[in-house]
Design a protein around this ligand. Structure first.
Ligand SMILES: CC(C)(COP(=O)(O)OP(=O)(O)OC[C@H]1O[C@@H](n2cnc3c(N)ncnc32)[C@H](O)[C@@H]1OP(=O)(O)O)[C@@H](O)C(=O)NCCC(=O)NCCS
Length: 286
């Protein structure tokens, strides 16, 4: 077992290798063996070098394949200006020589390419206070592979959560902030780190107003819990009420209460409603 504790998706670490994109200056501040899982020197990608171009193009394609359907694919300059340069990108990949033929087709990879083919990535950007980072992007090809029935022999369950957990350890994040949409499937992953303190519930500053801004302290327990270590049980307050994931009036009402000084968190995962929708638990703090 590559990690010293049990995780969901342990088989993924037999099939995939970690990679890291960072400038040499940023690299000095990162952990190159999060939880003892080393990133091989040849899998550290320097965005300042021409030889990185092909891999970075594949990462940009990964973003398009996952965020395209969400309506938020990143222009390449945003990827460079807001990810590769100021922050870091950690993910899991398959060496081209061993990449599955259908995946090679999906990425349109030329036969001459010998580098890595990324299947997940986590991007974060450091904020001015030491140890505080903003989570910019989480992508996992697992749902795409499932939808297109690309792989029959590998269970990719857990890929997204594992990638985010290892990435936050690699980046040395102590306090995390993120923004996500009320309807995003990623919420199921974010709550694995523990209760999410709400900074906004309705966000006109974002192109999608139905975005929530959340944070949590990145403890060892939070990281291990996120990756599915069954020995960790995080404390979670009970829900005070629930917000249906499309209920804009409820989001605005909650935002009003936050702006008036109220403190709220999302303590646990969303649940399905009888009407076929999804609702998110909210706990009032203090
Ligand atoms: C969101 C995303 C990263 C998930 O990747 P993934 O590899 O499927 O994630 P994981 O397998 O680690 O975890 C998914 C969790 O969500 C749960 N989940 C996903 N869809 C669900 C649904 N419709 N109902 C209930 N649970 C659901 C899974 O059951 C799993 O939880 P579990 O481990 O407790 O069973 C991937 O779909 C993606 O890249 N989406 C597009 C980009 C995006 O929205 N990124 C997030 C921006 S904040």
């Amino acid at each position: 077992m590559p990690l010293s504790f049990a995780i969901k998706g342990a088989q993924l670490l037999d099939e995939l290798v970690p990679y890291l994109v960072a400038t040499p200056a940023n690299l000095r501040h990162l952990n190159l063996a999060p939880f003892g899982l080393p990133v091989a020197a040849e899998h550290v990608i320097d965005p300042l070098r021409m030889q990185s171009a092909q891999f970075l193009d594949l990462l940009h394609k990964l973003d398009g394949l996952t965020f395209g359907p969400e309506g938020m694919p990143m222009p390449k300059w945003v990827f460079y200006d807001c990810s590769e340069l100021p922050g870091a990108i950690y993910g899991l990949a398959r060496p081209a020589a061993r990449v599955w033929p259908k995946v090679k087709q999906l990425f349109a990879i030329p036969d001459t390419y010998t580098g890595l083919v990324p299947v997940s990535m986590y991007v974060a950007i450091p904020m001015p206070q030491r140890g505080v980072w903003f989570g910019h992007n989480l992508s996992s090809l697992a749902p795409v592979f499932r939808r297109l029935q690309l792989l029959d022999d590998l269970d990719l369950a857990g890929l997204g959560a594992l990638t985010k957990g290892l990435a936050l350890k690699c980046f040395g994040v102590e306090q995390f902030w993120g923004a996500t949409q009320w309807q995003s499937k990623a919420l199921y992953i974010h709550v694995k780190f523990g209760p999410l303190l709400l900074e906004t519930a309705y966000t006109p500053a974002h192109s999608d107003h139905e975005t929530l801004t959340y944070g949590f302290a990145v403890t060892e327990e939070a990281l291990r819990a996120s990756m599915g270590d069954p020995t960790i049980v995080l404390p979670r307050p009970d829900a005070s009420f629930w917000v249906e994931s499309t209920d804009v009036a409820a989001m605005i009402a909650l935002q009003d209460r936050i702006e008036a000084g109220g403190r709220f968190c999302i303590p646990a995962a969303p649940r399905a409603t009888n009407a076929g929708g999804v609702e998110i638990p909210i706990a009032q703090l203090g």
